[in-house]
Design a protein. Structure first.
Length: 118
């Protein structure tokens, strides 16, 4: 009986050791899978962070571009208004010159008439 009990005990111990080893290996696999999932998640988080930063940079570049475009448009408008003023001044000078030329012509004709009469 003792021999049988010892044999049963050894067999039970071997079965328990085998189950323990199986459980240990299963736990190791789960830990490895979890670590792999964490690595994948870390890589994904890094890629997401990089994409987010790139998006922020693009948004900033677009904002800078819009601001530069607004400044350029404002300068262009200022230059256009200045050009309009210069054209108006030039046209006014031409009108003044035309009036002066007309007066000069009239005075010259009057002078010629007076000379002719004499």
């Amino acid at each position: 009986e003792e021999v049988q009990e010892e044999a049963d005990f050894r067999q039970a111990a071997m079965i328990a050791a085998s189950k323990l080893q199986d459980a240990w290996e299963e736990e190791e696999q789960e830990v490895e899978q979890e670590m792999e999932m964490q690595r994948v998640a870390a890589v994904a988080a890094e890629k997401l962070k990089a994409a987010w930063q790139q998006e922020e940079e693009e948004v900033q570049e677009e904002a800078d571009f819009r601001q530069a475009a607004m400044i350029a448009a404002s300068k262009l408008q200022d230059a256009w208004e200045e050009e309009e003023q210069e054209v108006e001044q030039e046209m006014e000078m031409q009108r003044v010159a035309a009036v002066a030329a007309e007066k000069l012509k009239a005075a010259w004709q009057q002078e010629e008439e007076e000379v002719q009469e004499e």
